[in-house]
Ligand binder design. Structure first.
Ligand SMILES: Nc1ncnc2c1ncn2[C@@H]1O[C@H](COP(=O)(O)OP(=O)(O)O)[C@@H](O)[C@H]1O
Ligand SMILES: [Mg+2]
Length: 280
């Protein structure tokens, strides 16, 4: 039987604080609200995405680090089952494993290989990436079919993109020729000229690849990670929730996977995100 490979979207930018984790979590949840089976993979040793969906790092028994390190580990052991949204978490162990990767065979292809069998089980896989180039970032670039590049609306925002695209080009020439940019996403948007200028420059450089949806700066979005809740659980009526539903719609359109049914007023999801219990 033909195996169906779902899209694997890595949310990438080697600059920290641009909204990668916020985007990975809330896009994943917004897609899960469309009745899609979504897997969120946390690939940052800081575990911000993991904590952001309500998992306490100290309770984690299996994570993406073990998945990369131990070929014999069944992938199910590191999947935390949620309501529509499942998670492969990350803990600080991942920084040790990243250092070990220099002596592992095919280290930077392992994540792709480990995720491959899951691509027939989910409608979409979203990877949150660390804010540095290196073996983990390369693992994400090899595992991904497409990238979403969040760009914060600051004066210096665009400077790193060229560098990122050079890395992407390298990966395309080598191990992942089909990798492409699904879209550039303007984040942390204030009602200032700077945001407008960043937007204009983005569009000038990347045209329609820039998502029409912009993510506005919002207190609710900033509050929600500390509560271990996505924006849809913390403030489903907020502008942040609307922005991320809009992004989900554009992402689904670009990927050709269905309609967003949930753009109306009632965007309230079921209550639990991830249960915190690793699946046996
Ligand atoms: N749209 C937003 N409005 C307000 N705060 C935001 C928004 N997006 C992200 N933040 C906050 O900015 C900080 C950096 O965002 P984060 O998603 O962690 O970036 P990254 O993963 O790229 O380092 C976090 O404190 C986060 O809560
Ligand atoms: Mg992050």
């Amino acid at each position: 039987m033909e195996r169906n490979n779902c899209p694997v979207i890595a949310v990438t930018n080697q600059k920290g604080g641009v909204g990668k984790t916020t985007t990975a979590i809330n896009l994943a949840q917004a897609l899960a609200l469309q009745d899609l089976r979504v897997l969120l993979v946390d690939l940052d040793p800081q575990g911000n995405a993991t904590q952001g969906v309500g998992i306490n790092l100290e309770t984690i028994q299996g994570s993406v680090a073990e998945l990369i390190r131990d070929r014999a580990l069944p992938v199910e052991r590191v999947i935390y089952k949620g309501d529509g949204l499942d998670l492969i978490p990350a803990t600080p162990l991942l920084s040790r494993v990243e250092r070990e990767m220099v002596s592992m065979t095919n280290a930077e292809l392992r994540l792709a290989q480990r995720l491959q069998p899951l691509r027939s089980q989910y409608a979409i896989i979203v990877i949150d990436t660390p804010p540095t180039f290196g073996p983990l970032m390369n693992s994400a670039l090899n595992a991904a079919s497409q990238l979403i590049v969040p760009v914060d609306s600051s004066y210096f925002a665009l400077m790193g993109i060229k560098e990122l695209l050079a890395e992407v080009d390298e990966i395309q020439r080598g191990t992942n020729p089909r990798l492409s940019v699904l879209g550039y996403l303007l984040t942390l948007v204030d009602p200032t000229n700077i945001a407008g200028q960043t937007w204009d420059t983005l569009v000038l450089n990347f045209g329609e690849t820039v998502f029409e949806t912009k993510i506005k700066r919002s207190v609710k979005l900033r509050e929600s990670p500390a509560l271990g809740k996505t924006i849809f659980h913390h403030a489903p009526e907020s502008s942040g929730a609307r922005d991320y539903l809009g992004l989900a719609q554009e992402v689904m359109e670009r990927l050709g996977i269905g309609e967003v049914a949930n753009l109306g007023k009632d965007t309230r999801p079921a209550l639990s995100v991830v249960t915190g219990v690793a699946h046996e």
